[in-house]
Design a protein around this ligand. Structure first.
Ligand code: NDP
Length: 279
C-alpha cells in the first residue's frame, strides 16, 4: 500500500491541465437528451472524450440534442455524441444498452446518472402510492441501474472509472415551505447509494460520487417557474448569490469528477448550489 503513494514508477506527476483531459474515454450520460445531462455530456466531449452516449426516453427528434450533436461534430476533434433510446427504470434494458456500448467501444470510463423527474407538489400525508413509486423508480432505481450498467463494463474491461450520481441539494435540505417528499427522499437515497457503491468498488479503482446541484434553470425547473410567477424571486432570495444557476455552471465540476484530476475523490457528495445550503 505504501508503494502506491511513494513509488515514482507508479506515481508520475502529470502536468496539471493534462489531468483534466478525457482523451479516448467513453462516457454514458442518462437523461442526456436535454438540460443538465446534455450540458454535462457536451462538457465531456469538449474535454476530449471519444464518445459520449446519451441514454434517454425514446423521442421523435429533439432540437436541443441535435444542435449539441452538430456542435460536437463541428468541433472536429474526433468526439462523438450518440443517442440511445433507453428507459432507465428498466434494469435489463439499461444493462443491455450499456453492454452493447462496451462491446463496440471496448471500454466505458465515465457514467453520469442524470435522468430524473420532479412531480407536482402534493401534501405529504396525501401522497398517492403510484406517484411516489414513479419518482423513486426514475430518481433512485434508475440511478442504481445506470450506475450498475456502467460499473459492470468498467469491471469487465478493468477500468478505474468514475461514476457520478446526480442527486440534488434537496437530498440534504428541504425547500423551505415547498418540500417535495418524493423528490427529496429519492435524492437523499442517491447520496447513500454513492457512498455504499464507493466502498464496495474502491479496491477496483472505480470511484462513485454524488453531485448535488441547487436550483438551476432547465425545463425541469421552468415548469414550476412558469406556473408560479413569484417563485424565481423566492429561490433567488434564498441564495447568497441572489440568483439561480445556469446549466453550464456544472461543466467544470463534471469534467473534474470524470477525470484523473479527482482520483482520490470517492464516496463524496459535491454540492454546487451557489451557497444555498449556507444561507
Ligand atoms: P430535465 O427534465 O431538463 O432533464 C431530465 C432528462 O431525463 C430528460 O431528458 C428526461 O426525458 C430524462 N428522463 C426522465 N425520465 C427518464 C427515464 N425513465 N429514462 C431515461 N431518461 C429519462 O431535468 P434537469 O436537466 O433539470 O435535471 C437533470 C438531473 O438533475 C435530474 O436528476 C434532476 O433531479 C437533477 N437536478 C436538477 C436541478 C435543477 O434545478 N434543474 C437541481 C438539482 C438536481 P424527457 O425529456 O422525455 O422528460
Amino acid at each position: 500500500a505504501i508503494r502506491a503513494v511513494t513509488d515514482p514508477s507508479i506515481y508520475v506527476r502529470p502536468k496539471i491541465f493534462d489531468e483534466f483531459t478525457l482523451a479516448d474515454r467513453v462516457a454514458i450520460v442518462s437523461g442526456g437528451n436535454r438540460g443538465l445531462g446534455l450540458e454535462m455530456a457536451m462538457a465531456l466531449c469538449e474535454a476530449g472524450a471519444r464518445a459520449v452516449y446519451c441514454l434517454d426516453l425514446p423521442k421523435q427528434g429533439c432540437a436541443e440534442w441535435q444542435a449539441a450533436h452538430d456542435f460536437v461534430a463541428r468541433m472536429d476533434r474526433g468526439s462523438r455524441l450518440e443517442y440511445v433510446s433507453c428507459d432507465v427504470t428498466n434494469q435489463n434494458r439499461v444493462w443491455t444498452a450499456v453492454e452493447e456500448i462496451g462491446n463496440k467501444e471496448k471500454r466505458v470510463d465515465i457514467c453520469v446518472a442524470a435522468a430524473g423527474i420532479l412531480m407536482n407538489h402534493i401534501d405529504c400525508l396525501e401522497y398517492p402510492e403510484d406517484e411516489f413509486r414513479k419518482v423513486m423508480d426514475v430518481n433512485t432505481n434508475g440511478v442504481l441501474f445506470t450506475a450498475q450498467a456502467a460499473g459492470r463494463q468498467m469491471r469487465r474491461f478493468g477500468i478505474p472509472g468514475s461514476i457520478v450520481l446526480v442527486a440534488s441539494m434537496s437530498g440534504t435540505l428541504t425547500n423551505r415551505g415547498h418540500s417535495w417528499v418524493s423528490y427529496n427522499t429519492s435524492k437523499s437515497a442517491c447520496l447513500q447509494m454513492a457512498r455504499s457503491m464507493a466502498c464496495e468498488l474502491g479496491k477496483e479503482g472505480i470511484r462513485v460520487n454524488s453531485l448535488s446541484p441547487g436550483h438551476i434553470f432547465t425545463a425541469l425547473t421552468r415548469q414550476y417557474l412558469d406556473k408560479h410567477p413569484t417563485l424565481l424571486d423566492k429561490w433567488s432570495n434564498l441564495n447568497p448569490m441572489g440568483r439561480i444557476g445556469r446549466p453550464d455552471e456544472l461543466r467544470g465540476v463534471i469534467t473534474w469528477l470524470a477525470s484523473d484530476a479527482s482520483t482520490f475523490c470517492t464516496g463524496s457528495d459535491i454540492l454546487v448550489d451557489g451557497g444555498h445550503h449556507a444561507w
